[in-house]
Design a protein around this ligand. Structure first.
Ligand code: F6P
Length: 543
């Protein structure tokens, strides 16, 4: 793979960035009254305004040349065709098949169509969730299920949890939904003390069924059920989603309540699979289907639109420009909508676990900044915490503002407040305030009241937070992350970076538990790690 820096398009972007360095967004807006119209994109119920980025028509032209030089179109075709583009794990990447709702469509993988299996699992999910919702799948005592607890972590937790929050208005009020991920038992204890065991269904969500945090919580939940309802109750109170169906059945689950997933779905791309079960129980299959429909619409757009009119590609290329040519290493995701408050955490995993890498597919150094540091939070709350730094901090952080035009309540005036605040922030970040514009301040205060502005933002305006728009938004970010991975030449679909910590934790367990193998486990440790273990062992013995 050609080095990025050796590409003429990369050089041209570097030179172009130098010419734009002294140009303020205020000037770009002043010079072009049509800037919003030219640099925004409407797609169904979603409008993306990227005009407040430090770009010109020339920037977009050069970025298109970069995309052509990196063969983004053929990489896109390879993903949709089910090729094994996750080369380090020799897997295809087919989360798009999970939201393929066309009854006649075929999705080949190594010559076999995966769609019949996908449809069969959808049918089983629908039937199972309908039984639970109708009270036909009961607990061991015959009580209907009134509490669902999802036990998972990472992609088996963040996606469904973010979507559950987004779809709160569609959820049945008489079935509570909780998400447990932390192996600190305080979390599961806090949940369990509110629940009636006879009416509780646990969903163990784990692609591998080996993740230690998830399995620790699954065993705590099982012990809780066994202690209250007896060992025979387990099959009525647990469901599971995994590629490792045998392990789930061995755990004690009824095969009827085990739903498969496939190695061609990455954990952080799996909310569309059976991992969506808590949503389906909570909201009903039709709502889940609308989530798939929104994502499917984004898939068709991404798959077929030329890159210059392709929203995920445009946003991806602007991201690469910000990171690599303007030197902005982070990005903030700021939903001005309570329902989308958990969206930043989901995008954080999706982006940072996918593109937080420094070698290309070929194992060479990327030679550029890759995936950004992603953080964020609900807009209004964040405004009163970290926005100070976004406005006046020395590091410039491009921000995505996400706003819904309508709330669920009729005549919801709170929307106007949210909208005014979100737009005010993008305006302030763009324009800033010069010393000459500071009025009524003592001279020594003027520097404190100056804002440099020229800080990039993108605004995503949706009509309302529905299952459809939630699906669209998530798929938009997924494809954006994909395009960026292709530009950097990295594999966005593995996650070797989390393995070393897992291995070391395993080898440290004998030391922190103070067992007979403690000394061996500490033998090769550095003085910091060994010292902390010693202090920990002493502290845990102290009443
Ligand atoms: O350790 C990271 C990771 O593998 C994520 O990619 C994944 O979403 C999470 O752990 C949970 O994995 P599993 O679904 O197999 O329990």
């Amino acid at each position: 793979m050609t080095d990025l820096a050796a590409l003429p398009a990369w050089d041209a972007l570097t030179a172009h960035a130098a010419t734009l360095r002294g140009v303020h967004l205020r000037t770009l807006f002043a010079e072009d009254p049509d800037r919003f119209a030219r640099l925004s994109f409407a797609f169904g119920p979603l409008l993306a305004d990227y005009s407040k980025n430090r770009i010109t028509a020339e920037t977009l032209g050069l970025l298109s040349e970069l995309a052509a030089a990196r063969n983004v179109e053929s990489a896109r075709a390879a993903m949709f065709a089910g090729q094994r583009i996750n080369r380090t794990e020799n897997r295809a990447v087919l989360h798009t098949a999970l939201r393929n709702r066309d009854a006649s469509s075929v999705q080949p993988l190594d010559g076999t169509d995966v769609m019949p299996e996908v449809r069969a699992v959808r049918d089983r999910l629908k039937a199972f969730s309908e039984k639970v919702r109708a009270g036909a799948w009961t607990g061991a005592t015959g009580a209907p299920i009134r509490h669902v607890v999802n036990i998972g972590i990472g992609g088996s937790h963040l996606g469904p949890m973010a979507v559950a929050a987004a779809l709160e208005d569609y959820r049945r009020a008489d079935i509570s939904l909780d998400f447990v991920s932390n192996p600190d038992r305080a979390q599961i204890d806090d949940v369990l003390k509110r629940l009636d065991p006879a009416a509780t269904l646990f969903i163990i969500a784990s692609k591998t069924f080996t993740t230690v945090e998830t399995m620790a919580n699954a065993h705590l939940a099982k012990d809780w059920i066994v202690a209250r309802l007896g060992a025979g109750a387990v099959p009525k109170h647990f469901a599971a989603i995994s590629t490792n169906v045998d392990a789930a059945v061995t755990f004690g689950l009824s095969p009827d309540a085990v739903f498969p997933m496939w190695d061609w779905v990455g954990g952080r791309y799996s909310v569309w699979s059976a991992i969506g079960l808590p949503l389906i129980i909570g909201c009903g299959y039709e709502v889940f289907d609308q989530l798939l429909a929104g994502a499917e619409a984004m898939d068709r757009h991404f798959e077929t639109a030329p890159l210059e009119q392709n929203l995920p590609a445009i946003l991806a290329l602007i991201g690469v420009w910000n990171i690599d040519h303007l030197g902005m290493a982070a990005t903030a995701i700021l939903p001005y909508d309570h329902r989308l408050r958990l969206f930043p955490a989901h995008v954080q995993q999706m982006d940072m676990e996918s593109n937080g890498k420094n070698v290309t597919m070929d194992g060479a150094a990327v030679g550029a900044g890759t995936g950004p540091i992603v953080f964020g939070g609900g807009g209004s709350d964040s405004q009163h915490s970290f926005f100070q730094s976004l406005h006046q901090g020395p590091r410039i952080v491009p921000c995505d503002f996400i706003i819904a035009a309508r709330g669920r309540g009729a005549n919801d005036k709170s929307r106007d407040l949210l909208m005014a605040n979100a737009l005010a922030q993008t305006e302030a970040l763009m324009k800033g305030r010069t010393a000459a514009e500071v009025t009524g301040a003592a001279a020594d205060l003027v520097p404190h009241k100056v804002f440099t502005g020229n800080r990039p933002t993108t605004t995503l305006l949706i009509d309302e937070v529905s299952a459809y728009t939630t699906g669209m938004l998530i798929a938009l970010y997924e494809h954006k992350v994909f395009v960026q991975g292709v530009i950097w030449g990295i594999n966005s679909f593995d996650q070797w970076g989390v393995e070393l910590g897992k291995e070391l934790a395993k080898s440290l367990e004998p030391a922190v538990s103070g067992g007979p193998h403690m000394e061996k486990a500490l033998e090769t440790r550095d003085s910091s790690t060994a010292g902390l273990v010693a202090v920990y062992l002493k502290a845990k013995e102290t009443p």
